[in-house]
Design a binder for this molecule. Structure first.
Ligand code: HEM
Length: 62
């Protein structure tokens, strides 16, 4: 809701700036096995995961 993290890390633009977009999109799509981050591939396409990353990196939602 706030993108400031909690169980997971913060997802604000400053926190993501140094990270490769491709890896972030893979985290969303496939999850991070062994962590609570679940895969979302049942619910979205890889293009949609890319779209979320682009939005997060440029402040989303406003
Ligand atoms: C659509 C919803 C979600 C999105 C877009 C999302 C996105 C992300 C992204 C981009 C990362 C990587 C951050 C980085 O490397 O700096 C991440 C990591 C993580 N997320 Fe999520 N997440 C979502 C939902 C969740 C949920 C529901 C949980 C747990 C209940 C969760 C738990 C975590 C955790 C624990 C990590 C860190 C994994 C590690 O230790 O490497 N996330 N998430």
């Amino acid at each position: 809701m706030t993108l400031k993290g909690g169980l997971g890390p913060p997802l604000l633009p400053d926190n993501l700036a140094e990270k490769p977009a491709e890896g972030l999109a893979a985290t969303i799509y496939y999850g991070r096995p062994g962590t609570p981050m679940p895969p979302w591939k049942q619910f979205m396409s890889e293009n949609e995961a890319d779209w979320i990353v682009q939005k997060l990196m440029t402040a989303f939602p406003e």
